[in-house]
Design a protein around this ligand. Structure first.
Ligand code: ADP
Length: 330
């Protein structure tokens, strides 16, 4: 039996126990109060009024007792019916409530399991490549120094990939609670552009940094990481010699930081998923060999959530993409 099913049953049982105890306690109290009331001696004025209306030799006490017994009997059967109804309905409600209580935990646990399996899968690929290259090199008795150097070079590339992946996994884990303060978007943009200059130069892509002196309520370092991710993607997915623009604007109490490229754009069917961990659109996983693990945008989203902010996308296939970071003005 699935652990959540048995946990739901256990929780239902606890709710039922609490409900039964309360319902029985309530019934016992009602029954004893009511019984006491039934047998309470009549007040002198009531006796007087009753006596005036009855035959002189009527057995008042006997009638009263019979009446009280009957009332007590009715009360008892009503309370039993009430308890049975309360417990049947309560059982059903308890089960529904137990399921609702446990569902978010179940979802969080299965997301965690999915994440671990995706992470393991991403880690296994470079490790398998390294393993087979090393095994082949060791088996090859005629291997020269040059071929060993080639193997080591290729292994080093895989190590870099693994390093980048573990850095991103750490970023994802750490971007939860951030210290926020006034941060200059101009400085953030300069640092983020500086981080991607080598990549842009390798593809002869020009970056137009139009960010002026706006201040936002942010954690400068993490915001730089988020902007670097967007710039990194804009360069990775755009063709050579294209242009990337980074700009900032204010809108009411918010500031918007936008990275615009004229790359391939993102298919509307992929757009709802690209912020999911390990999601890569088909075009980036199979058709082009752009490197990545599908973690960048989920990290950027996490960083923005820690800023009480958001990240949005406007894109059309063939018309480029514009990612915007939204956060509070300082
Ligand atoms: P990665 O880039 O490592 O694949 P991301 O989470 O940064 O992971 O991006 C998820 C996916 O979103 C990418 O695989 C790609 O398909 C798509 N994507 C992100 N940015 C862009 C962009 N500027 N242009 C086109 N596609 C993009």
């Amino acid at each position: 039996m699935n652990i959540f099913h048995s946990a739901t049953l256990r929780l239902t049982m606890w709710y039922m126990v609490i409900l039964t105890v309360l319902s029985l306690l309530f019934s016992v109290i009602v029954f004893s109060l009511a019984s006491r009331e039934f047998y309470r001696p009549l007040g002198p004025r009531t006796v007087e009024t009753v006596l005036q209306q009855l035959e002189p030799d009527t057995d008042i006490a006997g009638i009263r007792n019979a009446r009280a017994q009957e009332a007590e009997h009715h009360l008892l059967s009503n309370l039993i019916v009430f308890n049975i109804a309360a417990l049947s309905l309560g059982g059903l409600l308890s089960y529904v409530l137990a399921r609702r209580t446990l569902r978010p935990i179940e979802e969080a646990m299965s997301a965690q399991a999915r994440f671990s399996s995706d992470a393991a899968h991403e880690l296994r690929t470079p490790l398998s490549v390294m393993q087979s290259e090393i095994e082949i090199a060791l088996r090859d008795k005629k291997a020269t120094k040059v071929s060993h150097e080639e193997t080591l070079g290729s292994n080093l590339d895989e190590v870099h990939r693994l390093r980048a992946l573990t850095d991103r996994l750490l970023m994802l884990a750490n971007a939860k609670e951030l210290q926020l303060g006034p941060a200059s978007l101009e400085d953030v943009a300069i640092d983020a552009v500086g981080n991607v200059i080598p990549l842009a130069q390798a593809k002869k892509i020009s970056i137009d940094n139009q960010v002026g002196g706006i201040k936002a309520l942010a954690n400068g370092e993490s915001l730089t990481d988020a902007l670097t991710i967007l710039l990194d993607n804009a360069i990775k997915y755009s063709p050579e010699k294209s242009h990337v623009i980074v700009s900032a604007a204010t809108k009411g109490k918010r500031v918007l930081l936008t990275v615009r490229d004229n790359g391939p754009g993102i298919d509307p069917k992929d757009q709802p998923h690209i912020f999911d961990r390990f999601y890569r659109a088909d075009t980036s996983r199979s058709k082009t060999n752009v490197e990545g693990h599908g973690l960048g945008l989920s990290i950027a989203k996490r960083i923005m959530a820690a800023h009480n902010g958001d990240i949005t996308l406007e894109s059309r296939p063939g018309r480029g993409s514009a990612f915007t970071l939204h956060l509070d003005k300082a």
